[in-house]
Structure formats: C-alpha cells, structure tokens
Design a binder for this molecule. Sequence first.
Ligand SMILES: NC(=O)c1ccc[n+]([C@@H]2O[C@H](COP(=O)([O-])OP(=O)(O)OC[C@H]3O[C@@H](n4cnc5c(N)ncnc54)[C@H](OP(=O)(O)O)[C@@H]3O)[C@@H](O)[C@H]2O)c1
Length: 323
Amino acid sequence: MSFGKTLSLNSGVSIPQIGLGTWLSKPHEVENAVEIAVKNGYRHLDLAMVYRNQDEVGRVLKKVIPSVVQRSDLFITSKLWNSSHQPINVEKELDETLRQLGIEYLDLYLIHWPVAFRPGKGLFPPGKEGEVELDLFTSLVDTWKAMTLLPKTGKVRAVGVSNFTAEHIKAIVAATGVTPAVNQVEAHPLLPQDDLVAYCKEAGVHITAYSPLGNNLVGKPKLTDYPEVQAIASQLGASTAQVLVAWGVYRGYSVIPKSVQEERIISNFKQVELSKEDYETISALGHNNYTRFNIPYNYNPRWDINIFGEPEEKGASNPVRIQ
Ligand SMILES: NC(=O)c1ccc[n+]([C@@H]2O[C@H](COP(=O)([O-])OP(=O)(O)OC[C@H]3O[C@@H](n4cnc5c(N)ncnc54)[C@H](OP(=O)(O)O)[C@@H]3O)[C@@H](O)[C@H]2O)c1
C-alpha cells in the first residue's frame, strides 16, 4: 500500500502531503471515515476542537492503534479554538483535545483563527443579536507566545497557525522570533493565494490547503462540477476531486480533502499527476472568478471582524488585534 509523499516542516517534522479533513463529519460518520482512511494509507488527520467530533475520532484511534498503525506513523493536527486564546487557556484546551483523542501528543497544533472570543461561555459566546462576543483584548502575539511554549511540554511536536495573513505572521514572528511551522488556509483554483503562498515559502512556513475541492456551503457550482475539471479528469481516467487534489500537490503544499464516503475517501488519496498545461487550465478557472468561501463576517452567528481585507468584510467594526 502507498502512504503517499511527505514534506518537511521548519521544525524538522515531516507532514504527509494528503490528509483527511473532518469538518462537518458527523459522529459515527467520522469514526467510519477515519477508520477507512487509515486502513487505506492516509497518515495525516486534520481535526479541531470546534468540529465537535474529536471524542469519536478518539474512539477510532483506539481501534486502529496499534492494530493497523503505530501512533508514531500518524500525523495528527488539531486546532486551538477562538474561545481559548487567552494565554492561561491555551495549554488547558490542548489538554482537553488530547483527552478527547486519547493520545499523548499532537504532531501539529494550530491557532484556528486570528480571532479571540470571550472565554468561558462556550465555543460561540453569544454577543449582540446575531453575533458572537469577541475578546478584543487578547492579541495574536499573546496567544502565539503561549503556543510557542507547548513543544517543550512534549504534548505537541510543532505549532502553527491557520487563516493568518502575511501581516499576521510577520507580526507574531517579529514579537517572538518563532516562525509558525504551518499556515493552514483556504486554497483552491478560485482562491490560489499566490502572494501568501510566496510569502510563506520565503519565510519557511508550510502551507496546508483547506477546502481543496472548494467546499459546499454556498450555492455556487462545486469545483468538482466544472466542465474544465471534468474534461481533464476524463482524459486522465481520474475523478474530478483527484484533479483538484493534484492541482494543490502541483503547487507543493499539503492538501486535506474531506469526505465521509468510502469510495471517495479511497480515491481522493490516490494521486494523479497534472501536466503543466492541465495545471494552467485549472488555474485559469480562478482568473475572473475569485472566490473566498470562508469569511466569518458572513457566518451565522456573525464575527464582527475584518480578517482578510475582502470587500465582503467592509462593514466589520473591528480589525484583528495583532499586538
Ligand atoms: N482551518 C480552517 O479554518 C478550516 C476551514 C475549513 C476546512 N478546514 C479543514 O479542511 C478540510 C477540507 O475542507 P472542506 O471540508 O471545507 O472542503 P473540501 O474538502 O474541499 O470539500 C468537502 C466536500 O466535498 C465532498 N467530496 C469529497 N470528496 C469528493 C469527491 N471525490 N467527489 C465529489 N465531492 C467530494 C464532500 O462530501 P462527502 O463527505 O459527502 O464526500 C464535502 O461535501 C475540512 O474537513 C477541515 O478538516 C479547515
């Protein structure tokens, strides 16, 4: 069985290039999905406290370790949720994640968003009508300082960030001298993130692409349904999802497609190679169709904060608190 290619992080740890996403994978579904994935060669699992399914993932980890894999064969990522950004809460939430998963350490722990929520009132503290209550006092630098202490505890092998812009990364590195190992961001042909990818390459920050298939939350045609993607897929005798995963692989980063369906989980992991021409055809899909799907200012409940500087975030009252 092939376990796929691995890439190196700046901490010296290797990350398997294709991983399994678990956002919106329901309990039971997620147990099944992780078991199928691990039995079919996946070694990289992308998890988070806010996905509210880590207990179930923990159950399946008990089942597959050590009967199918050793713990050390897996690369397990989880993420610190926004309501635990306050430095005293950072290690506490990590401990809770490890308890849910029933493991001793994570391979990678990320700050999920550059946004702090008020602590102690659940994952989405209710604020003004239709909004979550932000914590406008805790800065990214405060949280990152607490994150940088974690590798010494032995509970994480590397720390990083998610949904950070180049400006956010520059600021936390300038304040601490510690470069995140990874920035996990939305990236697909409609949001290639060229500038951020180039900056991260230069700075030694590995990119993991989330929503590589373009995610399904909005009523737009799915990337897997685009005729250009379908044409290349049929030429290669591949699925459209394989073509989209290959597009990310071509760009040199790691990619974490989510599925809860057996056939898709298995085929998404089987790599196909794109020619330069195919790569360019897929890249062209984004030229007049720039789309960022994950904008928390549009979420329900709304996060009243401008993270990315997108036109859709113009009405937000708060900037990210960096320092
Ligand atoms: N850091 C962050 O803030 C953040 C944000 C979003 C996502 N993520 C991570 O990235 C992972 C992937 O992103 P995502 O879940 O947003 O989107 P995605 O992986 O791009 O797309 C998932 C959707 O595509 C469907 N799908 C999967 N394989 C397919 C195939 N072969 N053909 C057609 N459709 C297919 C899935 O349905 P089925 O399950 O029914 O197959 C699901 O509806 C997440 O699960 C999560 O782990 C992180």
